[in-house]
Design a protein around this ligand. Structure first.
Ligand SMILES: [Cu+2]
Length: 186
């Protein structure tokens, strides 16, 4: 079969481009943990506020007994709730996102956080922040007229500082609980 040399050249160029794109995707997936969210977990979007997990006082940063950190966030026109969260640097953090109304997305520049938040599903992404600083969370799916203003902030601080702050807060919570109990007993 005769192939024109010019045609051969362009076949090679297009194959080379395909190989380049596939390798970029593979490098991102394997070394920068940029992956498609793969857990399929459904939730009733109309009843998020009544669900145990995404009730208002359960949102934000939660630390399990074994030290695992989970951040639960609700996206709704036009904000992410809670609007401000404080996280430790250099720590694995599991984010769980739900939408209360329409399709949203969340993107945190310079991190692996970029996912769609589809109504009816929980989007789960594991992330970690190597450096302290302010990280904006932006909506990257057009969701209505206020879309441009839909963003929140994550403040990432030193791991030690974060742990000290948390210990102080839980101590303060304990003292108020004890004070409450004492006043109830009186
Ligand atoms: Cu949006």
């Amino acid at each position: 079969m005769h192939i024109d040399p010019l045609e051969k050249k362009w076949v090679l160029i297009s194959l080379g481009m395909s190989a380049l794109f596939v390798s970029i995707i593979m490098i991102d997936a394997l070394f920068h943990s940029v992956n498609a969210p793969s857990n399929v977990e459904t939730i009733d979007s109309r009843k998020i506020h009544l669900s145990k997990e995404f009730a208002e006082d359960n949102l934000g940063v939660q630390v399990a007994d074994n030290g695992d950190i989970t951040v639960r966030m609700v996206a709704g026109r036009y904000a992410f709730f809670p609007k401000k969260i404080i996280l430790p640097a250099e720590t694995k953090i599991t984010f769980r996102w739900v939408s209360m109304d329409v399709l949203h997305g969340v993107h945190m520049p310079m991190t692996n956080m970029s996912t769609m938040i589809v109504p009816g599903y929980v989007a789960q992404v594991e992330s970690s922040f190597p450096r302290p600083g302010e990280y904006p969370m932006l909506c990257n799916e057009y969701c209505g007229l206020g879309h441009d203003h839909m963003w929140s902030k994550a403040f990432v601080i030193d791991k030690e500082e974060w742990e000290a702050k948390r210990a102080k807060e839980s101590a303060a919570l304990n003292t108020t609980a004890i004070a409450k109990e004492e006043s109830n007993n009186e």
